[in-house]
Ligand binder design. Structure first.
Ligand SMILES: CC(=O)CC(=O)SCCNC(=O)CCNC(=O)[C@H](O)C(C)(C)COP(=O)(O)OP(=O)(O)OC[C@H]1O[C@@H](n2cnc3c(N)ncnc32)[C@H](O)[C@@H]1OP(=O)(O)O
Length: 383
């Protein structure tokens, strides 16, 4: 496959979008990413969005943004969709369908008063055993955490370290929703939302958006921005219903190895990792499944600050992640790629910038690990 590069990245600064529509958030994010790349709306010939886009997805947004594209894609795998889009944009660029691909995300659940952790999941054909109980998403992840504790002895304190690390990073992010540094005690003493997960084990509810611009190699080399190349990508859908009960292994165990094989590297080569963090347990399971540690050893791996930039072995989510910074539209995958791009360009906050960051991983999860879910992993390289 010929090379594709992420040349523009933009995270909308708002966290509460009063008086601004979802379509406007998409468009403002797109404008930010294009300006970052040094391109304009007229340069875009490929467009990617998911179910958060208003109206009929690409049809409505192409009209709204007055884009004339040769190729579009509205694959929706929840929070992992935007990492799938990165991979699909690269394929479209490689096959000559487009040379400047725009990917956008936006939403305003906070302004709309939605607390998805407290809302019952809509019944779908693939959740026949769970739907009758009308669980919320955090209750589904609570089951995963409880099972991980039962199988491997993982503790609430170990999970709490993930929020602690995110908060250490968020204190430096002027846009982060939660900038207060928290302790393990703060997390385990916060109210239980769905046992064993506490309020501070959860991501924030935020409004906002984000966008990425991917280009062909020839366009990339004509721009005055650092070259961030897609080196490998993997995607997978996990099904955990119909009697198959393994709540502690996710589809990251498939998407991760696929991405590493394509990139020709191993987890030990990764200098920075953006890991989808709807809840602390989402991170822990992904770290194991991506191969950063053995299955069952995630608790020990994340403890004692191992994910904190400058202190631990694997700096993660240095923008504060969904746990503290931003989980726009209740879908965090886009921000995972954006912070990885900042790290590779050397544009992360100086307090959290990883020295010589040349290889980064971004991982997205969509859906619920306790049932069906989509995983997408991308490995990015700074040339
Ligand atoms: C694959 C996937 O995994 C897909 C997904 O992405 S699923 C994830 C989708 N998103 C969610 O589920 C959102 C999860 N979070 C929530 O629903 C809510 O934040 C929550 C239920 C955890 C808390 O809501 P709440 O109990 O009503 O708290 P709220 O009244 O808003 O705030 C009370 C305090 O807690 C704080 N707080 C709220 N949410 C917090 C959070 N996530 N972390 C830390 N503190 C939080 C507030 O800042 C506030 O602090 P002060 O009293 O100091 O002002």
């Amino acid at each position: 496959m010929s090379a594709a590069y992420i040349m523009g990245a933009y995270e909308h600064p708002t966290r509460k979008a009063e008086g601004i529509s979802v379509a406007q958030l998409h468009m403002q994010s797109a404008a930010g990413a294009l300006a970052d790349a040094g391109l304009t709306f007229d340069d875009v010939d490929g467009y990617f969005c998911a179910g958060d886009a208003p109206g009929l997805g690409p049809m409505s947004m192409l009209e709204y943004m007055n884009l004339d594209v040769h190729h579009f894609d509205s694959t929706d795998t929840g929070g992992s969709a935007y990492l799938v889009h990165v991979a699909h944009a690269a394929q479209a660029i490689a096959s000559g369908k487009c040379s400047v691909a725009l990917i956008t995300l936006a939403g305003r659940p906070r302004a709309a008063g939605m607390k998805s952790a407290k809302m019952p999941l809509a019944p779908t054909p693939d959740t026949p055993f769970e739907a009758p109980y009308a669980p919320s998403v955090v209750e589904m992840y609570g089951m995963v955490a409880a099972r991980h504790m039962y199988e491997f002895g993982t503790t609430s304190e170990q999970l709490a370290w993930i929020k602690v690390a995110a908060s250490h990073h968020a204190q430096h992010n002027e846009h982060a929703m939660l900038r207060k540094v928290v302790t393990v005690e703060d997390v385990v003493n916060s109210p239980l939302v769905a046992a064993p997960l506490h309020r501070l084990d959860c991501c924030v509810v935020s409004d906002g958006g984000g966008a990425l611009v991917m280009t062909s190699e020839s366009v990339a080399r004509s721009l005055a921005r650092p070259l961030v190349k897609l080196r490998g990508a993997g995607e997978a859908v996990g099904h955990l219903n119909a009697g198959r009960v393994d709540l502690t292994t996710s589809a990251a165990s498939v998407s991760g190895p696929r991405a590493f094989a394509e990139a020709g590297i191993t987890p030990g080569d990764i200098k920075y990792a953006s890991i989808y963090d709807s809840f602390t347990i989402t991170v822990l399971v992904a770290l194991e499944d991506l191969g950063f540690c053995e299955k069952g050893k995630g608790g020990a791996f994340v403890a004692d600050g191992n994910l904190i930039a400058g202190e631990g072995k694997l700096p993660f989510n240095t923008d504060g992640g969904g746990l503290c910074n931003n989980h726009p539209a209740n879908r965090g995958g886009m921000t995972k790629v954006i912070e990885a791009v900042r790290q590779l360009r050397g544009e992360a906050h100086s307090a959290v910038q990883v020295p010589n960051c040349d290889l980064a991983l971004a991982h997205g999860t969509g859906g619920s690990l306790a049932t069906r879910h989509g995983s997408a992993t991308v490995i990015l390289e700074r040339l």
